[in-house]
Design a binder for this molecule. Structure first.
Ligand SMILES: [Fe+2]
Length: 390
């Protein structure tokens, strides 16, 4: 059995590590980077502080600050043009998943010259592209260490998955201090996204011992700290632990892939603009219940790592506790139902076939312990809408 494990060439972890960026870029030979910054990071002064730190080391950086939520092929093209026009030789993303995926996709477009719609899965884009350094500002997406970028096809209103080493940042700087200003909803939603990455890596049909170790570490960190950070957004120790959990979850999922939760969640996000972690949360209990019997030992291990079950609990009981705990977590973290979020019932049900088509086309449902048929996918979508919480 041969496992292929991919991760960035360099990962810096710790409070204040963002100020090591000049040294990281010098190590890569990058002298004229473009900072792709989330507008919030610009407003808070983090982007300018990094640019000043670079300037002191003789590195002249440009700043692109018009990153949009759920980046599209069109918004990525704007960044790619800016890279070419400014003769930049690398990209530094500072922000959440949208900023990081924008930078990754722009590097791919600039280097390959191909449109993203031609590069999406099932194609695997293993290629050397312009260097990307990722500095995440949320504890969640894991995009700083994954070989995946999710970009919406603006014309088709569909999330495209770009997969391969071309989408893997060459370096990641994981500094939890950047998450201290992250508001409640973003903190919680991205935290659940990280939890979902760890869970889907652990139970994945592409599972391997390396991803399993990282996923269990992530589940332990997230289980002990997600509610803690939700209760006190200024809890530095909890913020630091969540950042580590999200990093390990990202490394785990990058070396397996996502599964049915993400498969169902991405079309909901693309069509109804539900934030990514929130749409994962909306289907998390449901998909776990659906999948439990196909991998009872792994779901039980997840329940124990999260602290939702004990070693004394048998696998079946631990699995039941996991589903109940996910339902309770959604309630406690105020995850809205689809209806409460404002998704129109008629439009949702009219678009069921399209959501099923997009979900299956992403390929990730096939990585789930229990592989759904198209009609089971539709049933899960129906149940997700009717779900009113407990
Ligand atoms: Fe995710």
């Amino acid at each position: 059995m041969i496992n292929r494990v991919l991760m960035p060439r360099e990962i810096l972890i710790g409070g204040g590590s963002r100020f090591r960026l000049p040294g990281v870029l010098k190590g890569l030979g990058v002298i004229r980077p473009l900072l792709v910054a989330d507008p919030v990071m610009v407003r808070l002064g983090h982007a300018d502080a990094l640019r000043d730190a670079l300037m002191r080391e003789g590195i002249e950086a440009g700043i692109f600050s018009d990153v949009v939520e759920d980046p599209t092929d069109i918004s990525v093209a704007v960044v790619a043009e800016r890279v070419v026009a400014g003769r930049h030789d690398g990209l530094v993303a500072i922000g959440g998943g949208s900023a990081i995926d924008t930078a990754k996709a722009a590097a791919i477009v600039v280097t390959t010259g191909e449109p993203l719609s031609a590069l999406k899965v099932p194609r695997i884009v293993d290629a050397v592209v312009m260097p990307v350094v990722a500095i995440p500002t949320t504890a969640g997406t894991g995009s700083e260490v994954t070989r995946a970028a999710v970009i919406t096809n603006a014309a088709a209103n569909e999330k495209m998955l770009i997969l391969g080493t071309a989408a893997l940042p060459v370096a990641a700087i994981v500094d939890y201090e950047l998450t201290l200003t992250c508001p409640y909803r973003v903190t919680v939603d991205t935290g659940i996204d990280a939890l979902t990455h760890a869970l889907e890596a652990l139970v994945n049909r592409n599972g391997n011992p390396h991803a399993e170790a990282l996923a269990l570490s992530a589940l332990q960190q997230i289980g002990a700290n997600l509610e803690r950070v939700a209760d006190n957004l200024d809890d530095h120790a909890a913020r630091e632990a969540m950042m580590l959990g999200a990093l390990h979850a990202g490394l785990a999922v990058s070396n397996t892939s996502t599964a049915l939760i993400h498969g169902l969640s991405r079309p909901i996000g693309a069509i109804f603009h539900v934030p990514h972690g929130m749409s994962n949360a909306m289907v998390l209990p449901l998909v776990t219940r659906f999948s439990l019997s196909s991998a009872p030992a792994l779901y039980a291990a997840a329940a124990r790592a999260l602290g939702f079950a004990t070693e004394a609990d048998g696998d079946v009981l631990a699995g039941d506790k996991l589903v109940a705990a996910f339902e309770a977590l959604n309630r406690r973290l105020k995850v809205p139902t689809l209806r409460a979020f404002g998704v129109d019932r008629r439009r949702y049900f009219d678009l069921l076939p399209e959501m099923v088509r997009q979900g299956l086309a992403s390929g990730t449902p096939n990585n789930n312990p229990r592989i759904p048929t198209a009609s089971e996918m539709e049933t899960l979508y129906r149940l997700a809408y009717e779900y009113e919480g407990v």
